[in-house]
Design a protein. Structure first.
Length: 391
């Protein structure tokens, strides 16, 4: 088994007697995008700066491609590393092209002519040619971010550290930055370690997620693993906005579902989950008001059912569900399909995104707790129902 590209072993860091990192352990695979998340002030950026050599860690090991040397200047044959700062850190007195050229001009002996040739080639690859001669104040925030990324790429790094890459950007530009990171990772073949608060948008482009709390890594896994996590504090952090959305939507929320689950199992036989899929999926594109409006239309349709059922529970932005009794389970399936059809027809006319609502039911006897509901496979047809957990 090959060793991880970046190995962080028991790393500690304190400032003025205050412990920030208290034994961080994390492996990052070559070519992956790993996102570190956690509350503000918890030490995420401090960890990146320890990896970059900006801060010297107090204990533990940081190995990059098997080498102890961390930072951008570790020798001719060392692994190359770049750091993308929160606020871009572009020099106001220098043009975009000069900002990008700075790392290779300052750290190598190549001529300025060769440096400019490399910058021009990179600007062409990133479609930045029209801003080369402009100063940072003359270009938009999103374009500044692309210039900062160009500066990170100019040294042909094998690892790029992204410190809150979407800070200060509006939602549309945030999604563009995530798309850009994912695209450039493939084109330029680097490994990315990213600190980010934009959950769940950042998860769409991440291969793995790490959660820092109390100076330690308390969760590491694929983004989909978050849906079946059991740590209440982690669930609260990841799904913090679901409480607001469930209130706005008028449904019972995730915490109510967990609290009322034993009663649901005693009173009903099946739990029906209604799921939204989209025919156009790109990072963050199906989030926001359009999909929430589609969600409300789907709930409104199902709410017209008169069969015996529980209250409707808001699971997340793509799922809601309710429990039904055995006497109504069979007939309610056909009615749900009919009730969802108007929402699907309305969504089909939206050129931006085509949302499709479908449903399936699960026997409550086979579900000791509702955590399994977040490990579902979306169905392509709104008229299809199944009981995949049946014996």
């Amino acid at each position: 088994m090959s060793r991880p590209f970046l190995e962080i072993k028991g790393v500690k860091k304190a400032f003025n007697g205050r412990t920030v990192l208290d034994g961080i352990d994390l492996d990052v695979e070559r070519g992956s995008i790993t996102t570190i998340m956690g509350k503000s002030g918890i030490g995420k950026s401090v960890l990146l700066k320890c990896i970059a050599g900006i801060h010297r860690h107090d204990g533990g090991e940081i190995l990059l491609d098997g080498q102890h040397c961390i930072g951008p200047n570790c020798g001719k044959n060392s692994t190359r590393l770049s750091y993308l700062f929160q606020q871009n850190a572009l020099f106001d007195s220098m043009s975009a092209a000069d900002n990008v050229a700075l790392p290779i001009v300052e750290t190598s002996r190549i001529s300025r002519r060769e440096a400019r040739r490399r910058v021009d080639r990179l600007f062409e690859q990133l479609e930045l040619g029209d801003v080369a001669g402009k100063f940072p104040a003359e270009i938009s925030g999103g374009m500044q971010k692309r210039v900062a990324l160009a500066r990170a790429l100019i040294t042909e790094p094998q690892l790029i550290l992204f410190d809150e890459p979407t800070t200060g950007l509006d939602p549309q530009r945030k999604n563009s930055v995530f798309t850009m990171i994912a695209e450039y990772r493939r084109r330029f073949d680097f490994t990315a370690l990213m600190v980010c608060h934009d959950i769940p948008e950042a998860l769409f482009v991440s291969d793995r997620v790490a959660w820092i709390d109390g100076g330690r890594i308390r969760f590491v896994g694929a983004p989909t693993d978050l849906e079946v996590a059991t740590d209440s504090e982690l669930l609260e952090f990841v799904h913090h906005r679901n409480g607001l959305l469930s209130d706005v939507a008028g449904q019972r929320g995730r915490s109510a579902l967990f609290a009322e689950w034993p009663a649901l199992r005693r009173s009903f036989d099946e739990f029906v989950v209604v799921t939204c899929t989209t025919e156009r999926r790109r990072p963050g594109s199906e989030l926001g008001l359009r999909r929430f409006a589609s969600y409300q239309a789907a709930v409104a349709g199902v709410s017209r059912l008169q069969r015996a059922r529980s209250e409707i529970y808001f699971l997340d932005e793509r799922h809601f569900g309710f429990a039904v009794g055995a006497d109504s389970a069979g007939s309610v399936h056909e009615q749900i399909a009919a009730c969802l059809q108007p929402a699907n027809d309305a969504a089909a006319s939206d050129a931006a995104a085509h949302y499709v609502w479908s449903a399936r039911s699960y026997p409550l006897a086979r579900l000791p707790d509702p955590a399994a509901l977040w490990n579902l496979v979306d169905l392509p047809s709104p008229a299809t129902f199944a009981t995949p957990l049946s014996a």
